[in-house]
Design a protein around this ligand. Structure first.
Ligand SMILES: Nc1ncnc2c1ncn2[C@@H]1O[C@H](COP(=O)(O)OP(=O)(O)OP(=O)(O)O)[C@@H](O)[C@H]1O
Ligand SMILES: [Mg+2]
Length: 278
């Protein structure tokens, strides 16, 4: 039987624990937008990325074939330098492959012009960078709503309010990045990715600078976005606790997917990481 992350059809939805399910529904008026359950929200076939050339060449991705099913929460784990950020950037269309192919929904990214790619990304993809990439001269709120302003879209106020509360930034909206802590900047970056309510969210270690309570609030929000709105999330993390919120965990090493786990728990993830390291 093919692995679930290749077919997308084998993974059962994880039912959120009762305490999470009991939380109020999202304050939103518009219907959920998502790929149908099981259909790939994004996928890569034979994805290879080589940085540099000759003796200094680095094979950051080595023939990765992977599928991120719609309406699911997938986490990518692996040692530093194993290619996690590279995979995320290439599947999100922020970087190009050396060889191989990538699709978002049914659209193959390699077939698009730069302009078409920009529009697709703006309309469908939210990306949380490992390094935040906030604009220093804008306030937190201006950073959060910048992609909406650029695309001329009207913010869904209810959704935006829900996002701002979920990341706990209500009292920091007029601060500039330099006036915010690392964790607060990380939450601004998260809110910016979520603001336009994209159907596909890529997040590169979004809880890396958060204390455990702020991290849990953010992960709860992501979990609910998947469970209640059918959004698709692909999250890189080093944290087995964060990985426990996902439906599936993939493990990368040296640019290859070396293992995967359905319905991960933090303990099982920890055990697997230890086993892979031996
Ligand atoms: N622009 C670049 N030029 C050259 N090499 C690069 C570049 N970006 C990444 N690499 C190399 O590619 C490999 C994969 O990097 P990547 O950033 O994807 O790792 P990662 O798994 O996200 O690591 P971390 O957990 O530290 O964030 C590393 O060996 C890295 O040094
Ligand atoms: Mg990285």
């Amino acid at each position: 039987m093919p692995a679930p992350w290749l077919t997308g059809g084998e993974i059962e939805m994880t039912t959120p624990p009762a305490d999470r399910a009991a939380q109020p529904a999202f304050p939103t008026t518009t219907p959920a937008v998502s790929a149908p359950n099981g259909a790939a929200a994004a996928r890569a076939v034979g994805a290879t990325k080589v940085y540099g050339s000759g003796e200094t060449a680095v094979r950051a991705l080595d023939e990765v074939t992977v599928e991120f099913p719609g309406g699911r929460f997938t986490t990518i784990m692996g040692p530093s330098g194993s290619g996690k950020s590279t995979l995320l950037h290439c599947v999100a269309g922020l970087d190009t492959l050396t060889s191989g192919r990538v699709w978002i929904g049914e659209v193959e990214l390699g077939a698009l012009s730069d302009k078409q790619l920009t529009v697709l990304r703006r309309e469908r993809v939210g990306f949380v960078f490992q390094s935040y990439n906030l604009l220093p001269t804008l306030t937190a709120l201006e950073n959060i709503t910048l992609p909406l302003a650029l695309s001329g879209a009207k913010p869904d106020r209810g959704w935006l309010d829900g996002v701002i509360d979920a990341v706990g930034l209500r009292d920091r909206l007029s601060h500039r990045p330099a006036e915010l802590s690392g964790g607060q900047q990380q939450r601004v970056a998260m809110a910016r990715a979520l603001a336009s309510r994209p159907r596909l969210i890529f997040a590169d270690e979004p809880t890396g600078n958060l204390d455990s309570r702020a991290g849990a609030e953010l992960l709860d929000f992501l979990r609910r976005a998947v469970g209640e709105l059918g959004q698709t999330i692909v999250m890189v993390t080093h944290d087995p606790v964060a990985a426990g919120y996902a439906d599936t965990a993939l493990f990368l090493a040296d640019g290859r997917i070396v293992d995967w786990m359905d319905k991960p728990t933090s303990q099982r993830v920890l055990d697997r990481i230890k086993a892979l390291g031996e």
